[in-house]
Ligand binder design. Structure first.
Ligand SMILES: [Zn+2]
Length: 439
């Protein structure tokens, strides 16, 4: 996977899709930009322009290279708002529900990350897999070991990725070998913030696993660390499984709700991202919306572990920010297209239809907004970082055939999100450099 050095000015011709806002349930012209024969112009790794090819081609200086992707679809790279890289090797593990799955599969796999060599090797495979699936930014769980973050962010820096990761904080209710303490977890997190946050395109996330595995003292120190570093992310899980919710109520009897535990320790604010948010009430949703915290919707994981169905209608009513997560290894695919397909089905089971426009919005600009990074990534607005993907539109015989009877852009997108997978990704670009591709 070698990067090809980009020219200072480079253009790409093909269909273009980008969003300015949340298209909601319909197709609002002001929120969606779809151009059938478009041109994406990149200068020094940033988006310079995205418009009709016939408008932009005459404006290019003579000799500007134009890559011909006509018949393909270019869009901003997918943005993953919740994934565990140390669980790469135990994806597709047979278990009952969340708490058994953690005990039997996740914790043993994470134990191996005390070995920095194993962490490095897994990080490389993981980042290759993201690129192969067109995912250009991710919010990533490490393990309790600081070296797991050094491995992932070190590799991400080499690849010039906008990537966010953190060391897990976990001082109780887990195997002894995976425990830190309130003090050591905070000390190591502070050192990792110092080392990585703001370096190259990298960010740090303070990462308590969930309320069950952190003591009051650990959550309090995590909140104090977050207050000292308002630009740093907070990343955790919330209300994934009913047995987990009950356990949290037993551990924190004075809290009004599971969310209230995090809020009382200062862990609810912008750039706080909570995976799942399934078993919460409207008051919780209002608190999340008011504080600017975000939900990472993880459909394949929620179905696989039998956890529940995310309530899109309630989240929208409350004005909660939402992005999409694969939640590998509880989730069953690295592919954002497979994840969108299952998200659509979850919405259907909740009596809510997810349009193709909104689905692709959530996978791009919606994810960037959920992460507070929409001024950098997630769209083709001028000045944004040129992380983008090229979708083939014909990756299987069935998709190629079905596209012929899908005349409108919305129909084509719906076919892609229903039938597409990693084979759809024709090329992935990071800051204007092609890092992976089959086209
Ligand atoms: Zn998770």
């Amino acid at each position: 996977m070698s990067g090809v050095p980009a020219q200072p000015l480079q253009a790409y011709r093909g269909s273009l899709l980008s969003f300015f806002g949340d298209p909601g349930d319909g197709h609002c012209e002001s929120d969606v930009k779809f151009i059938d024969d478009g041109l994406l112009v990149v200068e020094n790794g940033l988006i310079k322009a995205a418009d009709e090819a016939q408008t932009l081609l005459p404006t290019l200086p003579r000799g500007t290279p134009v890559v011909d992707y006509r018949g393909r679809l270019l869009m901003p790279g997918f943005i993953e708002t919740h994934i565990h890289y140390p669980q790469t090797d135990m994806i597709a593990a047979y278990a009952a529900q969340l708490l058994d799955w953690l005990e039997d599969h996740a914790f043993p796999a994470e134990g191996r990350f005390s070995d920095a060599v194993h962490a490095e090797e897994t990080a490389e495979f993981f980042l290759d897999e993201l690129a192969r699936n067109g995912t250009t930014t991710a919010l990533v769980f490490g393990t309790v070991h600081a070296c797991s973050v050094d491995a992932l962010l070190g590799q991400a820096e080499k690849r010039n990725l906008r990537m966010i990761a953190g060391k897990v904080l976990m001082d109780r209710n887990c195997p002894e070998s995976l425990r830190d303490t309130a003090e050591s977890g905070t000390r190591e997190s502070a050192a990792l913030i110092e080392k990585w946050d703001g370096r190259a395109r990298l960010h740090y996330a303070i990462t308590p696993r969930f309320a069950v595995t952190s003591s009051d003292a650990q959550l309090a120190l995590a909140g104090q660390l977050a207050a000292r570093h308002p630009g740093v992310f907070i990343h955790s899980h919330l209300a994934e499984n009913l047995n987990e919710v009950k356990w949290v109520h037993d551990l924190f009897p004075r809290a009004r709700s599971y969310l209230d535990v995090y809020e009382s320790f200062g862990l609810l604010r912008e750039r706080a991202v909570y995976a799942h948010c399934l078993h919460i009430d409207d008051e919780d949703r209002m608190h999340m919306a008011r504080t600017g915290a975000s939900a990472a919707v993880c459909a394949t994981s929620n179905l696989f572990l039998g956890s529940g169905l995310f309530d899109f209608a309630a989240a929208r009513r409350a004005g909660m920010r939402t992005g999409l997560g694969t939640d590998v290894g509880g989730g069953t695919s690295f592919s954002m297209l497979r994840t969108i397909a299952e998200t659509y089905k979850v919405a259907q089971l909740r009596g809510h239809r997810l349009t193709a426009w909104r689905a692709f919005y959530l996978a791009t600009l919606g994810g960037a907004r959920a992460l507070g990074l929409a001024d950098r990534i997630g769209s083709f607005a001028p000045g944004r970082e040129a992380d983008f993907v090229v979708l083939r539109m014909d990756s299987t015989p069935l998709i190629a055939r079905r596209m012929k009877s899908a005349p409108t852009p919305a129909e084509k997108l719906f076919v892609l999100m229903t039938l597409g997978d990693d084979r759809e990704i024709g090329a992935t670009y990071i800051m204007g450099e092609r890092v992976w591709g089959t086209l």
